[in-house]
Ligand binder design. Structure first.
Ligand code: GUN
Length: 280
């Protein structure tokens, strides 16, 4: 089983060391708009993890009916605040707010989540220097930690979101990974026959039970990015128990990808702080 705890701890240990070596305060600002309970939990977990590695956090929790212009002004203020090395705007934003224009305003040099078009553009070009979206970055680090070969493998990614699916496919497509990537999504025909070809199957659709054992090749590696609340329990997008019988490796939910996302956010933030410190 591909649990996130150990690889996430390895990253967090590295982050703590790098913060000590940097010798200055490293600050992460979070922006949470509204009171979505899941988002509140995620942001709280990020703050807790940041504190544990010695990172300072600045918590901006603002009402769900905050006008677009005020949310954007908050991001501008954080861009200008020298104590802030990384900015994270928790998604989704409440209905009525446009996430694109909010994220566009984040200084790419403070883009802790790697969601700015500039950061994503660097990824498309396989160029270094920008932050990599936390969840796909965490998944790549997890595959690496568990010595899972990506070279020449058929990777099927279900989902094409800015947060996960689209950058995930790009990272697997990079020469550093050399997978052959297929993007599947809600309009894909005969999804099961496509996922059944995958050596590496990444599922980020947010639909519990989307992938059953019939859609998994024996020996495949299955990474479940879904976090769904069903009957008061957290479940992923795949039928864990039956797939675990045939897959060579599978991530649990919770305790799989989630901890890697948080660790990668901290890693991005310390890297941004180092770059800012070098620039003076
Ligand atoms: N919402 C769900 N996951 C994430 C994430 O990794 N980053 C942000 N900003 N919002 C999210």
């Amino acid at each position: 089983m591909l649990t996130g705890k150990e690889p996430a701890q390895a990253i967090k240990d590295e982050v703590a060391e790098r913060i000590t070596k940097l010798g200055k305060r490293v600050g992460l600002a979070t922006v949470l708009v509204g009171d979505d309970p899941a988002s509140e939990v995620y942001v709280r977990m990020k703050h807790k993890a940041a504190a544990k590695v010695g990172m300072y956090t600045y918590d901006h929790h603002i009402p769900g009916d905050t006008p677009q212009g005020e949310v954007e002004d908050l991001v501008r203020n954080l861009n200008a605040d020298p104590a802030v090395d990384g900015i994270l705007v928790q998604l989704p934003l409440p209905d009525g707010l446009n996430p694109d224009t909010v994220i566009d305003i984040i200084d790419p040099g403070k883009d802790a989540d790697g969601l700015h078009p500039y950061s994503l553009g660097l990824i498309m070009l396989e160029r270094s220097g920008g932050a990599v979206p936390a969840t796909p970055q965490g998944i790549m680090k997890m595959l690496d930690f568990y010595d899972i070969e990506t070279e020449g493998k058929l990777a099927v990614v279900i989902g094409r979101s800015r947060l996960v699916g689209r950058p995930m496919g790009m990272l697997l497509n990079h020469k550093a990974a050399n997978s052959t990537v297929v993007y599947a999504h809600s309009r894909t025909k005969d999804l099961e026959s496509i996922t059944a070809m995958a050596d590496i199957l990444i599922v980020a659709a947010g639909r519990p039970g989307l992938v059953t054992v019939n859609g998994v090749k024996p020996g495949a590696v299955v990474v479940d990015v879904g976090i769904n609340r069903v009957d008061d329990q957290l479940v992923g997008d795949v039928d864990f128990d039956s797939i675990a019988e045939v897959a060579s490796a599978i991530t649990p939910v919770p305790g799989g990808v989630g901890p890697m996302t948080i660790a990668s956010l901290l890693l991005n933030t310390v890297a941004l702080a180092e770059t800012r410190a070098e620039a003076g």
